[in-house]
Design a protein around this ligand. Structure first.
Ligand SMILES: Cc1cc2nc3c(=O)[nH]c(=O)nc-3n(C[C@H](O)[C@H](O)[C@H](O)COP(=O)(O)O)c2cc1C
Length: 319
């Protein structure tokens, strides 16, 4: 430490450190009396391959400090994208963090959690003073890795680590100087929509219907017995649905009108199911191409786009 007194704003420092994106781990051990102990930690880092060493740091204020200080072994679990709730559970000081959790048998008696992206079973090698934290260095005695994509932590939020691409769709070097470039979000979203749904169009055109009709049938799959006004509330995003649209669907035998309430006929239900099957195939095909994690990342971003541009549509799936 040097003699100069530097004023550091802890909140600003924490925010700046949050720019360093990490994974999320749960680190477990046993208390001297044999109780399972664990905490969520993103201070985990690899140190050395030969010998195999990893480290992490624990706040001196943590309830688990006594247990980790006295224990000779601990396990590091790199959490998967499905384990956000588990991360939150182990980030709270509490007695019952392990309630209902399935455990594997490991090298030591430290609890070994399941369904993680990777696990490292460690023997404590060193313990260092780290200011308001203690730094634990462990030797890796055993490890395993699954295909479950890991969850990330960036600037205080859980995140999905997705592959960044610098791919350009066309070869032009001057493309971004024009305001209408291939980088325009509207263009990307529009083109992705039509390209991705090309297979869907093949399915619904078989029934003699167009994209608006397809959206009407999809909505009636979830909400039955809707009047025109309510149908329009759910479908605000495609523009006005009018009586002519419904008349056409009724002539095709897909929709029925009973007292101005519209629902699918049995044929309409069959068609709707075929659309859902095709939509799942489209998704599976895309996922095969860009990967499961990037598909999830795309869904997460699209939900944010939908919420950010929502004019106030009623929720389609909620009761
Ligand atoms: C994403 C995330 C990362 C965290 N990383 C650490 C860490 O590296 N070290 C630490 O001491 N606490 C960390 N915490 C906070 C602890 O998980 C939290 O204080 C927990 O309650 C400690 O449990 P205990 O008091 O039962 O020991 C983190 C919390 C979250 C949500």
């Amino acid at each position: 430490m040097n003699d100069k007194t530097v004023q550091i704003d802890p909140k600003a420092l924490r925010q700046a450190l949050g720019a360093f994106t990490t994974g999320v781990t749960i680190i477990t051990t046993r208390s001297p009396t044999g109780e399972p102990v664990g905490i969520t930690a993103n201070s985990f880092s690899s140190v050395s391959l030969d010998p195999p060493l990893v480290l992490w740091s624990l706040a001196r204020t943590a309830h688990s400090l006594g247990s980790f200080s006295q224990s000779s072994h601990w396990n590091v679990h790199v959490l998967s994208m499905e384990q956000e709730d588990l991360s939150n559970r182990f980030a709270k000081a509490g007695e019952n963090k392990f309630a209902g959790l399935e455990l594997d048998t490991g090298i030591s008696d430290s609890p070994l959690l399941t369904n993680c992206s990777a696990r490292f079973q460690c023997k404590k090698a060193f313990e260092y003073d780290g200011g308001d934290h203690i730094i634990f260095v462990g030797e890796v005695l055993g490890f395993d890795k699954s295909d479950r994509p890991p969850i990330a932590y960036a600037s205080g939020n859980y995140a999905i680590p997705t592959k960044k691409t610098n791919t350009k769709l066309s070869n032009s070097t001057t493309q971004y100087s024009s305001p209408y470039s291939e980088d325009l979000l509207g263009y990307l979203l529009g083109r992705a929509h039509y390209q991705m749904l090309a297979r869907m169009r093949v399915v619904y055109t078989k029934y003699g219907i167009d994209e608006s009709d397809f959206f009407i049938i999809s909505t009636l799959m979830i909400r039955s017995q809707l009047n025109l006004q309510d149908l329009n509330k759910y479908l605000h995003y495609i523009g006005d649905v009018n009586k002519d649209n419904l008349m056409k669907l009724s002539q095709l035998g897909l929709v029925q009108n009973i007292n101005d309430l519209f629902s699918l006929t049995s044929e309409g239900i069959v068609a709707g199911r075929e659309f859902v099957k095709a939509a799942n195939q489209v998704e599976a095909h895309l996922s095969e191409n860009i990967g499961e994690t990037d598909t999830l990342a795309m869904k997460s971003l699209l939900k944010r786009v939908i919420l950010a541009t929502d004019p106030g549509l009623p929720p389609l799936w909620d009761e």
